[in-house]
Design a protein around this ligand. Sequence first.
Ligand code: S3P
Length: 176
Amino acid sequence: MDRQPHVALIGMMGSGKSTVGFWLAQLEGLRFIDLDAAIEERQGRSIPEIFEGDGEDGFRDLEKAELAECLSSTQPLVVSCGGGAVLRAENRAVLRDRAWVCWLRATIETLGQRVRSGENRPLLGDDPVGELTAISAARTGLYAETAHEAIDVDGLEAEQVAEQIRRVWSRPVSTR
Ligand code: S3P
């Protein structure tokens, strides 16, 4: 089997998907799409405004449509997904089908250090570490079932993670 056309990065808020995706795309000479940024651009509203106006379900509908659209591109690209993109079964299916999916796995300690409450992350309230712990527990199985590969990102700079992804990704599919 040829490798899937796109690379998709999944994982929790604060795992570094956007920065790693940017570097990976640079290194591979591919187009980069940050799914949250694409939704914001299309909507003309920020993520918190969308959550506020449409609720989480409304946001998930937009996220699903944007993901399907970007993975239907014939031009290979790197896409960084929002942390909750794996919640919907349709998203997990299209990701597995159209992309080589890499899970950026991080400890709660790392996530807590990187995430600042209120920074475009309406799901994190006054207790970001508590929320991250609960969300991570609920999603770990979904990340695992969606990903073709997982990379532990604790202690690594974004560029190092991008390099590691390249090494794994360029291996023939049969040896993964
Ligand atoms: C979310 C993660 C966010 C954003 C939204 C919901 C989540 O993206 O899509 O706030 O459910 O984990 P990042 O993972 O890029 O922060």
